[in-house]
Design a protein. Structure first.
Length: 272
């Protein structure tokens, strides 16, 4: 695996340098679009609507359109945003793990310790395991501010981005507003059916049958000689292309706890 990002996990005064790796990959067979009559590769080009010229990717910027006006945002504009300059994953709170709604979970990443000693990394991992808590963190990646859940998987810390609250739709179905009577017998039979299907979940027991059949079909066509020479049909085409070590972990932890207590006491005094 290749790291896609380097930075540091920070909670209180504790700094944990980490490397970030994508935890998942797509197993679908890669397919291209081709001309049905001769098998020629179909490629999409980025064409400017004003001059009709094909525009290289390096010369493309982004823009916001409000329906009447367009604001062009350059790469320098995005680079000037404060969130893009930070390389920290900030822990904002630790919450009971059951409070993280599975519906909000998005992309998953593995975190690898990026320091001469993994002590701070292991300490955070063990603390999350012992307290059964999930850390809610904020960080910036690919021009976006992200909210994420930091949890433990085996002996590795996993960062899983979360959808923002306004990105989750409310489920409002009129049919569910109607009163429905469920008899005790129906509930008993339904529970019995569930029990008959009960098992321990093992993801490795399940396979993507469609992709397997697709690969079998492709192999069969290759065996029959039902294929074209790639160089002749597709032609030649150029594709477009941490924080410092914590010297004394105990001192950092003590200082963080004292700072948190002082802030909490200050809030109590202000409200008294």
């Amino acid at each position: 695996m290749r790291a896609i990002w380097k930075g540091a996990l920070t909670f209180g005064l504790v700094n944990v340098p980490v490397k970030v790796y994508s935890a998942t990959e797509d197993h679908d067979v890669s397919l291209h679009q081709v001309h049905a009559t001769d098998g020629g590769r179909i490629r999409y080009q980025r064409v400017c609507e004003i001059d009709g010229e094909v525009v290289p990717y390096a010369d493309i910027d982004k823009a916001f359109d409000d329906g009447e006006r367009t604001v062009i945002l350059t790469k320098d504009d995005f680079a000037s945003l404060p969130a893009e300059r930070t390389r920290e994953i900030d822990v904002v709170e630790f919450v009971p793990s059951e409070q993280v709604d599975l519906l909000t979970l998005d992309k998953a990443y593995y975190l690898e310790p990026d320091s001469t000693s993994p002590k701070a990394y292991v300490l955070l991992r063990k603390t999350l395991e012992q307290t059964d808590r999930t850390a809610i963190v904020r960080f910036s990646l690919r021009q976006k501010t992200r909210l994420a859940a930091l949890r433990v998987r085996g002996d590795v810390l996993v960062l899983q981005t979360l959808l923002w609250a306004d990105e989750v739709r409310e489920a409002a179905f009129p049919a569910l507003d109607e009163s429905v009577r469920i008899s005790a017998k129906e509930l008993e039979l339904s529970a019995s059916l569930v029990e008959s299907f009960s098992s321990d979940f093992d993801p490795s027991e399940f396979t993507d049958e469609y992709q397997q059949e697709l690969r079998t079909l492709i192999d069969a066509k290759l065996d029959k000689g039902d294929s074209l020479d790639t160089s002749e049909t597709f032609g030649e085409h150029e594709e477009s292309a941490a924080g410092a070590e914590v010297i004394d972990l105990m001192d950092a932890l003590r200082a963080s706890v004292e700072k948190s207590r002082a802030a909490r006491d200050g809030k109590k005094s202000a409200s008294a």
